[in-house]
Design a protein around this ligand. Structure first.
Ligand code: NFE
Length: 516
């Protein structure tokens, strides 16, 4: 096997990611993950009225805009010293909650399932399902016209070992098709209280500006039960079937095993979070301390002429490398290699995302529903909580979170008081600082804001989930979370590095977000 495997770009993710591995025989010795673009949204925010932040930060991404809206609103509310009223909090939870479910389905069916499910199984389909028969006849048509299959949108496809169980494959393909309609319904639900999807406009500092009329609440509830049915009876079964077909993937892509998550989905009073935040380092859980977050740019394409280790709101001093410096770094053996910076927690590279949310909530002991579900699934699958930071553990975690979030939303929907506005006006704070932390689908998201004497944004910083996961090495030479997950992985065929793709995609990278 050659000395290197390069996947550039990694497909079926958002944004431009290059993964390069140095090989020792068939095993990955070390890996580099490069975010291949610069954006500069934090710099673009300067000079705008602070209330505009949520509209601009949402443009970081088309997949998780709701999370940026929420983090912006929370940061400004923290600077104002306020929080929404009960209806405002509940409507915000419902809007971001449904967006999360949509995102989990998108990730599993559209982006990842075809890493495991064999799409060619549709050629052997003998049933009556019209959608599957349409796909089958389209495939036959392609083949009859001397075209190769799989074809778009089921590409790219590595030659690899796919699931051999026909029923599991057909269910996964049917799920892929049906999930498209469910995702459309979830988007409608975002728009009911968010007033628009994607990029909901009604999540503001002070609450949610859409009135929860009886009609809107009823419409939301009807769609919610439809989606719940799909998640419980379809998505859950498909995830478990794939997990049982590929049990070895609970031991692949484990990385450091250190997880970080933000407290998520509070009750109507903004207290008692449904998913606990925290960090687990070396198997030991503790609450999250934002003061321990730093960002390192030793291997990122920035300079500031001073320390490579910065705290939030200090990265303002960073400048992108000039074209000439960029070329010099790329010519070095050990040069800078990513537009991602390297967040660290107390010096540790951390995995964020669904597995982190499950592990930290489980270890905190704060959510009996989650504990019971994890214990049940662990018995069924023969795994432990230590197996969740893994390729299959991440897929399983998304199902657990989707199921539990839906149950929680059903309860919180019933708590909303009809025709009571969940929004209160507050003056824009001057010379103030605030921080908003939440969970985006891909993990912990934090926004810091600083305003000037006119309430205009003087400084803004985002530490984003994929920035944690796709971080490059830090000044001490420690790889980022996904770089560590790739280390030691055995690749059967360098021309079809499916093992690497499965690891990278299990974290659902969004490079648009990570380089922001
Ligand atoms: Ni662009 Fe995002 C999420 C945020 S990514 S998808 O979830 O915040 O890291």
């Amino acid at each position: 096997m050659g000395e290197k495997i390069i996947i550039d770009p990694v497909t079926r993710i958002e944004g431009h990611l290059r993964v390069e591995t140095a090989m020792e025989g068939r095993r990955v010795k070390s890996a580099r993950c490069s975010g291949d673009m610069f954006r500069g949204i934090e710099k673009a925010l300067k000079g705008f009225d602070a209330r505009v932040a949520q509209h601009i930060t949402q443009r970081t991404c088309g997949v998780c805009p709701y999370a940026h809206a929420e983090a912006s609103a929370l940061a400004l509310e923290s600077a104002m010293g306020i929080r929404p009223n009960v209806n405002g909090q509940l409507l915000r939870n419902l809007t971001v909650g449904v967006y999360q479910i949509k995102d989990h389905l998108l990730h599993f069916y559209t982006l990842c399932a075809l890493d495991f499910i064999d799409i060619t199984a549709v050629l052997e389909y003998r049933g009556n399902d019209q959608a599957l028969l349409q796909v089958k006849s389209w495939v036959q048509h392609e083949l009859a016209n001397n075209k190769v299959f799989p074809a778009a949108p089921f590409l790219p496809r590595y030659e690899a070992t796919y699931c051999s169980d026909h029923e599991v494959n057909i269910s996964g393909i049917k799920g892929y098709l049906d999930a498209i309609e469910i995702m459309a319904q979830l988007h409608k639900m975002v728009a009911i209280f968010g007033a628009k999807a994607p990029h909901p406009v009604a999540i503001e500092a002070g609450g949610v500006t859409t009135m929860p009329t009886v009609d809107r609440l009823a419409h939301f509830g009807t769609l919610l039960s439809h989606c719940t049915d799909f998640v419980r009876n379809r998505y859950g079964n498909d995830v478990l079937a794939v997990a049982k077909a590929f049990p070895a993937y609970f031991k692949e892509g484990k990385g450091y095993g250190n997880t970080l998550s933000a407290p998520y989905l509070p009750d109507g009073n903004g207290e008692n979070f449904f998913f606990a935040g925290g960090v687990t380092i070396g198997g030991s859980y503790r609450p999250l301390d934002l003061g321990k977050i730093t960002e390192d740019h030793s291997y990122a394409y920035y300079h500031n002429g001073s320390s490579p280790l910065l705290r939030p709101l200090q990265t303002d001093t960073l400048r992108p490398l000039s074209a000439r410096d960029f070329e010099v770094e790329q010519g070095k053996v050990d040069g800078k290699y990513s537009w991602n910076r390297a967040p660290r927690y107390d010096g540790h590279a951390m995995e964020v995302g669904p597995a982190a949310r499950v592990v930290n909530t489980y270890r905190s002991g704060s959510n009996p529903e989650l504990t019971a579900m994890v214990n049940r699934l662990n018995r069924e699958l023969g795994i432990t909580i230590d197996d969740y930071p893994s390729v299959m553990g991440r897929h399983l975690s998304r199902y657990i979170l989707a199921d539990l979030t839906l149950r929680h939303m059903e309860r919180q929907l019933a708590e909303v008081r009809p025709d009571v506005l969940g929004f209160t006006h507050h003056p824009v704070p001057v010379n103030a600082r605030g921080v908003g932390i939440t969970e985006a689908t891909r993990g912990a998201l934090a926004h810091w804001i600083e305003t000037d004497g006119k309430g205009v944004i003087r400084n803004y910083e985002m530490v984003v989930p994929t920035t944690w996961n796709m971080s490059p090495r830090d000044g001490r030479g420690n790889p980022g979370a996904v770089e560590k997950m790739l280390e030691g992985t055995e690749v059967a065929d360098a021309a079809n590095p499916m093992e690497l793709a499965r690891i990278v995609r299990s974290t659902d990278p969004c490079i648009g977000c990570s380089v922001h």
